[in-house]
Structure formats: structure tokens, C-alpha cells
Design a binder for this molecule. Structure first.
Ligand code: SF4
Ligand code: SF4
Length: 348
């Protein structure tokens, strides 16, 4: 039977008012560079791949338009994510423009082949010029075999990563590896080390199991982080390099989570959880390839990095328009990523 949850933007299935958030204050603006990526990782939040065109490459001119509006609004930092930003042919020019206009800049990248082909020279030039650039590299797991392989023996994975205090029978979503491809672990670590030596600000994003109440995810994150620290030391990186472990969040169509009502959110969830939501303090610009069933080339503004594939969550065509509207937590990933997962793509 089709679920009745998440069908209406402003009401939950039981008729209650859905939780909603007014915009508070800009911390940063996110720009989605497109869903093309050289890799096809398992459980990619955006299902990116070399063939996924569901979000177009944002162009330099489209980006310029939003950067100019961001200047008018006093937004200090621009963050880029994809897909792989360096797969977007205009991304080096987009980076140049970001610094020309005086922004701080944060880039999420896999630091593999596209970075080598079209990003490295440009990034090192900006680092050498002292521009405020922060690169966060995705390293799903500190073990190269788990990070790179698509098919691993599940028993071997359990041997690696089941925290001893937890039930070893539990199924992990990543029990077959992350599929980052042979050689890419060493490649990413090598570029991180080069960037660190050049004086760049760097950090790492890892992945963990789906949050289902807290303990499993926290135990996994704690254990994995300590293995990351050993890896950093062995690789000539600072042991205290920032590393964030992100939860698995499922798809937009996986409704097996509670809907968040306004009453529930005001009475049972700590206020601090809402203070940190991306939708309170940022927006993301993305260019869906289709809109209302027709081909589309126009950028749209969404509340955060997690939900641009949900048309109901779109907030308009300009940043000003988007912040005048409240964000309704009308996507199952609002619960998985933010409310239960306590996660945010922002570096803080
Ligand atoms: S590198 Fe990142 S964007 Fe590309 S497929 Fe993997 S998780 Fe997705
Ligand atoms: S996923 Fe999180 S940040 Fe995005 S709209 Fe939902 S609650 Fe807000």
C-alpha cells in the first residue's frame, strides 16, 4: 500500500501541522555543481556518476548571478559540492570568480582524477596566494580495501568494523564496501598531503551507518575516527585533522521514518538540534535537468544540500525569495540526516 506520509508540504499524514523553520541568518551559500562524477559510490547522497545528468553542470554565468546576489546579502562563504566539482568544466573559472569577489570558499571533492586534470593547478595557485580556501576530501573509510572495493566479503567487514560493544549480528549498510575504485585511496591521501604541505586548510568526510537512535552511529563514528587519526599520522598529516563522519540517509522515497510535527519539534526535540539546521542559515542553488515535467536550464534555490531532488522543497529562483519562505521538514531525510543523525554539511 502506498504510504500517506510526506505527501503534503505543510501537513503530516495524521493532519498535524508539519515542523517548519524560518530562515535566521546567513552562514554560507551552497552551490551544486551538477550530478556528474567520475565515481559511482555506493550510497552517494546524490546518486552521482559519470552518466547522471539529473542536475546539470552549473555554468560560470549562472554562478556569477548568485554570487552577486550573495554579495548584496552579505553572505561570507560559498561552498561547492556535487557530484565532483572538478568534473564541471567551468569549475576552475568559478573558483577564480569566487575569490575575485572576495568570498571565503569551501569545496567538497573526491581529490581524484578530475582534480588532477583540471583542479590541482588552480587550487595550488589560490593556496599560494593565501586565498581563504578550505578543501574537504571524501574518504569514506580509513581502510583502503573498504574505501575502494564494491564487493567485499561481508564477514571480513564485520571483523573490521563492528564495535565490540555492539551486536555483531547487526546488518551494516556498507557491508560490501564503498566502491571508490582501485588506487583512489592513495591518490586522495597523496593530494591531501600535498595540500597540507602547501598550507591549505583541509579536512576529511567519512561515512557511517544509518542513524537509528544514536548509539550505533556514535560508536561507529568514534571508533572509525580513531583509525582515521592513525592513518593521518602515518601519512604525514596532522593527527587532529578535522574529520566528520556522515550517516547514511536513504532515498527520498524511503518513508520508513516518523514525520516531524510542529508540536513534536517544539516539545520533544532539544532546541539545539534546530539551531544547527542548514535550512536556518543557508541555501543551495542547483540546476535540475527537468522541472514540472519539462526540460529545465534555470537554477533553483533549495533549503540545503540534502533535498534538492525533492521538487516540493524548492524555495524559489532567487536567494531573497528563498529566505522569505519557511522550510517545511517534508522529506524523510530531514529526520534521518538532521533530526536523528544530528548532521550538517557545514564545517562550522
Ligand atoms: S565521489 Fe562523492 S559525489 Fe562522486 S559518486 Fe562518490 S559520493 Fe557521490
Ligand atoms: S534535510 Fe535538514 S537542513 Fe535540509 S530541509 Fe530537512 S531539516 Fe532542513
Amino acid at each position: 500500500m502506498r504510504s500517506t506520509k510526506f505527501q503534503e508540504l505543510k501537513r503530516c499524514a495524521d493532519g498535524s501541522e508539519r515542523a517548519h523553520q524560518p530562515f535566521q541568518k546567513w552562514s554560507e551559500l551552497w552551490i551544486f555543481t551538477g550530478t556528474r562524477c567520475n565515481l559511482t559510490c555506493r550510497s552517494c547522497y546524490t546518486e552521482s556518476s559519470p552518466r547522471n545528468d539529473s542536475f546539470r553542470f552549473i555554468t560560470l554565468e549562472q554562478t556569477r548571478h548568485f554570487l552577486e546576489e550573495a554579495q548584496e546579502l552579505g553572505i561570507p562563504k560559498i561552498c561547492y559540492t556535487g557530484g565532483e566539482p572538478f568534473y564541471n568544466p567551468e569549475f576552475p573559472a568559478i573558483l577564480d570568480l569566487t575569490f575575485e569577489l572576495g568570498f571565503q570558499c569551501f569545496v567538497l571533492t573526491n581529490l581524484t582524477r578530475p582534480y588532477e586534470v583540471s583542479g590541482k593547478v588552480c587550487v595550488h595557485r589560490h593556496v599560494a596566494a593565501g586565498h581563504p580556501l578550505h578543501i574537504r576530501a571524501s574518504l569514506d573509510h580509513p581502510d583502503p580495501e573498504i574505501h575502494e572495493s564494491a564487493e567485499l566479503d561481508p564477514a571480513a567487514i564485520r571483523r573490521y568494523r563492528v564495535p565490540p560493544a555492539l551486536n555483531a549480528e547487526r546488518e551494516y549498510w556498507f557491508d560490501a564496501g564503498f566502491n571508490r575504485g582501485g588506487g583512489n585511496f592513495r591518490r586522495t591521501i597523496g593530494h591531501l598531503t600535498d595540500l597540507f604541505s602547501a598550507g591549505a586548510r583541509i579536512s576529511v568526510a567519512g561515512r557511517g551507518p544509518q542513524e537509528v537512535g544514536g548509539d550505533l552511529f556514535r560508536a561507529y563514528a568514534e571508533e572509525t575516527e580513531s583509525v582515521f587519526r592513525e592513518l593521518f599520522e602515518r601519512s604525514g598529516l596532522p593527527a587532529d585533522l578535522p574529520v566528520k563522519i556522515f550517516p547514511e540517509i536513504g532515498s527520498r522515497g524511503d518513508f520508513n521514518v516518523p514525520e516531524i510535527t510542529e508540536h513534536h519539534c517544539r516539545t520533544r526535540i532539544p532546541e539545539s538540534v534546530f539551531d544547527d539546521l542548514m535550512c536556518n542559515q543557508t541555501r543551495m542553488v542547483a540546476v535540475p535537468s527537468t522541472w514540472n515535467g519539462r526540460p529545465n536550464t534555470v537554477p533553483l534555490v533549495f533549503p540545503c544540500t540534502i533535498v534538492p531532488d525533492n521538487p516540493a522543497m524548492a524555495l524559489g529562483r532567487t536567494l531573497s525569495e528563498s529566505i522569505a519562505r519557511e522550510t517545511y521538514l517534508a522529506d524523510p531525510r530531514c529526520y534521518r540526516f538532521c533530526i536523528a543523525g544530528g548532521a550538517s554539511c557545514s564545517e562550522g
